[in-house]
Design a protein around this ligand. Structure first.
Ligand SMILES: [Zn+2]
Length: 448
């Protein structure tokens, strides 16, 4: 009999300890955390590799050997985090406080939770001496939040052996959203790409006391104002179609099911999303799954109040759907913002990716979840952000993002992930460990 309270508490304590390492990226500095994790794993009699991709940038790899009858299972996570503003937090972001039934800190969800719960499931398998049919490989990487240059992108090039696996479980999915009063668990099988683009107004410099009609700030304003209340076109890719179709098929509430189905109809989607009984954050997410997006996030122009500048710039965070090319994306943005500004791609265009979701892994994920949450609706899902899985798309591996978390009112996944007071309940830590361990059993033929 497994003592889940004990296993969950151990994972939560490890998560707290991991949060005490400040791995804000930049600069990342994941190495001390990787060394600490490696040390504790070695203490259990397992091999742990510390892989340095650059000075102070560390990646952890742990392999629990199986018989080799099947190809390995990969547990993938990242150890770096986005910056935090400590003054805005209830508990300091880098102290790993456990209070009020939660583990608090930057990375408590994204993505040290992933590494802490995956490691717990691996250690449980090791301590129980499970006879695995496939190696279980855990990779906790550096640098996900800044393009994976020193993390999975680097590892895919220098250590492809780590990713020679049939299946991978990654961050970015598994959390439940509430739709129509019912928990819907999102199994992430696709993700959007990214397109860093700038809108640039160009004009003529001049003295502000004699204004002319060639002011780039005004041109930029005109372009940006065209975005008000306008969206890019409705064009759901396969993983998104699967999400709405499956959710509509399984959902017990007839009206909710009808609304979900209608989201796939470009003419009815807006109304259907509006009518869904779901928190606004969830409705916004559903809308962003149906189309490319390009939110303005930064503005810059001008040097001095009395000088009309020669250019003005707005940075847009472009998020192309899987299947959308650079040209298609830019031309869609062009049609939206008009001709008064130039459009510049300021970095690499990364297309979105999709993995096949008709896999035994997906079926096992659904079965494991329902074992601990019999009411659960599990559906395929495309995440509106990006993860390290994109660097592994060319390999023969099916990766699903799935660290399950029960829905808790007021705990919006996306607000917490990069926001203030990022935290996870200890009950959800236990829940994730239960399901990950159950998956290890199923994927190794140790459970009917
Ligand atoms: Zn992440």
């Amino acid at each position: 009999m497994i003592d889940w309270e004990k296993e969950g508490a151990e994972a939560a304590a490890r998560l707290g300890a991991m949060l005490r390492f400040d791995t804000t990226n930049p600069p990342g500095n994941e190495l001390p955390l990787v060394e600490w994790l490696a040390e504790s794993v070695r203490g259990e009699g397992l091999d742990a590799e510390v892989i340095e991709s650059a000075a102070s940038r560390g990646n952890l790899a742990v392999r629990m050997k199986g018989s080799g009858k099947e190809r390995p299972l990969l547990f993938l996570s990242h150890l770096d985090v986005v910056p935090a503003e400590p003054a805005r937090w209830t508990h300091p972001p880098f102290e790993g406080t456990i209070a009020d039934g939660h583990v608090w800190g930057r990375g408590a969800i994204d993505s040290k939770l992933t590494g802490a719960t995956q490691l717990q499931a691996l250690l449980m398998a090791h301590r129980a001496g499970l006879a695995l049919e496939r190696d279980l490989v855990l990779v906790a990487a550096a640098d996900e939040e800044l393009g994976g240059v020193h993390g999975v992108r680097w590892l895919a090039q220098h250590r492809p052996d780590l990713f020679d696996a049939e299946y991978g479980i990654n961050e970015a999915g598994g959390f439940a959203v509430e739709i129509g009063g019912h928990p819907v668990y999102l199994c992430q099988v696709g993700e959007k790409g990214s397109a860093p683009i700038d809108l640039v107004g160009r004009g003529r410099p001049g003295h502000s006391s004699v204004p002319h009609n060639d002011n780039p700030i005004v041109d930029l304003g005109v372009a940006l104002s065209r975005m008000e209340g306008t969206k890019l076109s409705h064009q759901p890719p396969a993983s998104v179609r699967a999400f709405f179709e499956e959710a509509a098929k399984i959902h017990p509430d007839e009206q909710t099911a009808a609304h979900l189905q209608a989201c796939l109809d470009p003419k009815r989607a807006d109304e259907a999303i509006e009518a869904l009984d779901a928190p606004q954050a969830t409705r916004l997410m559903l809308d962003a799954m149906l189309r490319n997006t390009c939110a303005p996030t930064m503005l810059s122009a001008g040097l001095k109040r009395n000088v009309i500048p020669s250019d003005a710039r707005a940075a847009l965070s472009g998020r192309p759907l899987p299947g959308v090319t650079e040209e298609e994306f830019i031309s869609e943005v062009r049609a939206l913002v008009g001709d008064a500004v130039e459009i510049e791609l300021t970095g690499e265009f990364h297309p979105g990716v999709e993995f096949d979701h008709e896999t035994p892994l997906y079926d096992f994920i659904a079965a494991s979840t329902r074992k601990y949450e019999p009411d659960a609706i599990v559906v395929p899902y495309m995440q509106t952000g990006g993860t390290d899985a994109r660097f592994l798309k060319h390999l023969d591996i099916a990766i699903h993002g799935y660290i399950p978390m029960r829905y808790e009112a007021g705990m919006d996944f996306f607000e917490l992930c990069h926001g203030h007071d990022e935290r996870v309940s200890t009950t959800n830590v236990t829940f994730a460990v239960q399901i990950l361990y159950d998956l290890v059993l199923r994927l190794n033929g140790l459970l009917e």
